[in-house]
Design a protein around this ligand. Structure first.
Ligand SMILES: Cc1cc2nc3c(=O)[nH]c(=O)nc-3n(C[C@H](O)[C@H](O)[C@H](O)COP(=O)(O)O)c2cc1C
Length: 327
């Protein structure tokens, strides 16, 4: 058991890593059912959130939390300490979240271009002021999610980690790549270990964890307190069950096609509850493609799903796929 400012976790908590356009309440619920212990919202612009009209649909959706969700962090991005501190204050006092997470890892140009996301790691003073403002404003624990640094010449994650600890951050999540690497190569667990050694607050390791063996290796090399899983959960929320089983030396099979499609259909039901029919269909297309990955006959069905004009059409395609596979 590890405890973070009153928030008690099982040993080696498994986080769903934040993913913009993916980790909404519907997807989070499915991952939590499979053993994910805590999740993070998609990133939310602090300034955008504070300046949007009160009932702005985009921010309402980003900040939503379903009633049965496990602990949820809300992730903010921005580089202005005032906006970040104020957004942390407002969101931490709405009773929905377990913590505020600061995005210092996003490599997307539209985020780094304004000095936010992983770009903040290049300005340690400003990074410190942003963290301090969030800690001051927030009623909840504040965490920081970062990369190893901007590029090979600027791998300053241990320095940022120490600053975050000094400014009162409760824990850190470290993705073992630089911004320049984007998603290329392999996450460097030795370098995450160096960040872990630099601070006393818990560090969560992130990058390329996709099964029990990978999770054990990540924990062995990094010595971290927990793990965050992102891309491996796409179309595969069961990865959390497999990793949890793997950590206790057990095995856990991938569900059969019938169960996978039952989950895909439930995902679609959730999505339709939160969006109009057209948006729900557009959002679900990518998820359907992920759910059927690796299944016999999936390529043809996937191509048809990307142009399907209704959920009824998608349903016919899924039934066809089941028939092909005798499910
Ligand atoms: C589509 C996509 C969207 C992402 N959006 C965010 C985000 O909003 N905030 C963030 O901190 N990281 C974001 N990330 C990074 C992930 O949280 C994670 O750090 C990264 O994917 C490495 O972990 P993985 O190998 O388990 O996927 C995103 C990654 C992907 C693939």
């Amino acid at each position: 058991m590890i405890e973070i400012q009153g928030w008690k976790w099982p040993e080696y908590p498994l986080f769903l890593a934040p993913m913009a356009g993916i980790t909404d309440w519907a997807f989070r619920l499915l991952c939590q059912e499979q053993g994910c212990d805590a999740a993070t919202t998609e990133m939310i612009s602090a300034q955008g959130f504070l300046t949007a009209r009160k009932h702005n649909n985009t921010y309402q959706l980003l900040a939503r939390r379903a009633p049965f969700e496990k602990p949820l962090l809300v992730q903010l991005f921005g580089c202005d300490p005032n906006w970040m501190g104020e957004a942390a204050r407002v969101l931490s006092s709405c009773g929905r979240y377990a913590g505020i997470d600061i995005n210092m890892g996003c490599p997307a140009r539209k985020v780094t271009g304004s000095g936010s996301g992983s770009r903040l790691m290049l300005d340690e003073k400003l990074a410190g002021r942003v963290i301090a403002a969030c800690v001051r404003g927030s009623l909840l624990p504040v965490s920081v999610k970062m990369r190893l640094g901007w590029d090979e010449e600027h791998e300053n994650a241990p320095a940022i980690a120490r600053i975050a600890e000094q400014e009162g951050a409760a824990f850190l999540t470290v993705h073992g790549r630089t911004t320049k690497q984007q998603y290329a190569g392999k996450a460097d667990y030795e370098k995450i270990a160096a960040v872990r050694r630099a601070v006393r607050i818990p560090v969560i390791a992130n990058g390329d964890i996709a099964d029990g063996a990978g999770a054990r290796e990540a924990l062995r090399v990094t010595g971290c307190a927990g793990l965050a899983i992102g891309r491996a959960a796409l179309g595969d929320p069961w990865v959390f069950a497999r990793v949890r089983a793997g950590l206790s030396g057990k095995s856990c099979d991938m569900p059969d096609l019938h169960e996978r499609l039952a989950t895909a259909r439930r995902h679609a039901t959730y999505m339709r509850a939160g969006h109009n029919e057209r948006t729900a269909l557009l959002e679900m297309r990518k998820f359907f493609a992920w759910y059927i990955r690796g299944v016999y006959g999936a390529a043809e069905i996937r191509a048809k799903i990307t142009t399907a004009g209704s959920f009824a059409e998608v349903e016919k395609l899924l039934t066809e796929l089941e028939a092909k596979n005798g499910a």
